[in-house]
Write a protein that binds this ligand. Sequence first.
Ligand code: PHE
Ligand code: NA
Length: 446
Amino acid sequence: MSKTNHAQWSSRFSFILAATGSAVGLGNIWKFPYMTGESGGAAFVLVYLLCIALIGLPILVTEWMLGRRGQSNPVNTMATVAEQAGKSRAWLLVGVAGVLGAFFILSFYSVIGGWSLYYTLGSVTGDFSGQDADGIGALFNGMLANPGLLLLWHSIFMLLVIGIVARGVTKGLEGAVNVLMPALALLLVILIGYGMTTGHFGQAVEFLFSPDWSKLNGETVLAALGHAFFTLSLGMGIMLAYGSYLGKEVNLIKTARTVVIMDTVIALGAGLAIFPIVFANDLDLASGPSLIFVTLPLAFGNMGGGTILGLMFFLLLTFAALTSAISLLEPVTEFLEERTPLSRAASAVVAGIGAWALGIAALLSFNDWSSLTLFGLGIFDLLDKLTSKFMLPLTGLGAIIFAAWVLDKDVVREELGLGANGFKLWNLVTRFVAPIGVLVVFFASL
Ligand code: PHE
Ligand code: NA
């Protein structure tokens, strides 16, 4: 039984905005550059791009298609679609895993969203101006060492997310994405321009695009695959949930292509903006999650108009993080709302507080609880690796196997509006290339 009247997106365009809002976020600007730095550059980038095209894109289409057929939250959707196909409702486990993944990711995502908020404020107060690399590094480490400060900004960020989802105004934010994307792209272009003045731009381009295949191993390939899922918001029930609002007339493949291109352009742009600064200042390529927080303030602190540009940048980053975080809270909320007696607002609050509490454990792993590890990983890293490297790929695998092998062929063909040859190609990719790709990467890395 569903309490909500399942509404539909007003147009293909507003759907693209919402999906892009979910996809483009910290994953592109914060995570992609630092993973690239850690994983040795171009070889990682090329494997990542391959994963996006051959695995991410088809799974994105698949999740939307299932969502559009199921018309409900991710768990009910999987159950309904399986039942329609005469199969076991146990496929709903794919939905359950997705909702759980979203919950875990939201917990640490909000911590980084908090960093972004804190740096927005730091830009206003001019903390970065005239600082050298050591000064900027000290600022960052000071923040990490201060649990109260991290908690404050994590809490503010999560409150914003809960507030927006509880009031059901997520759609009001669609329009904002329309302004956000071009503005973000423009700021990246400005930063890339700054990178060109450092004399290290060529080095950055080479690092990003000229592969040294010896840098590749099972671990980095799995990281690339996991990040392809993370960056496209796949394997979490999010795109499943979004697809449930989608009208029949929307061309899924074309729409997915648009979203994937935007996401990829922003990630590569971030890489091109950040690595010249890394090389120019001799910073550590493998500095991990701190990377953008020690490079970009350095650029802003030393360029004309840097204060205002820095403010704009971190504000936009915060906003991009918010639109993604909202999409993370949405499926958990929708699930509670449709499966328990809780109202929408109460569902959002309960889910948000749960993720907030888990986020506290994540932020403590940077300081007070840093010695607390499992499999050699702190809580933050554990949540990150568990979701990106295991939950997302496996859930995505479940969805694509279901759609490619279990669902009726004619249903799929009709949903996608494909001709004979297009459908052959689709089958080849979704039955073999994508699932085998995921499995091979997965087992090769174990
Ligand atoms: N795709 C978002 C990003 O790149 C993060 C995200 C992951 C959002 C999973 C929703 C679900 O930042
Ligand atoms: Na992304």
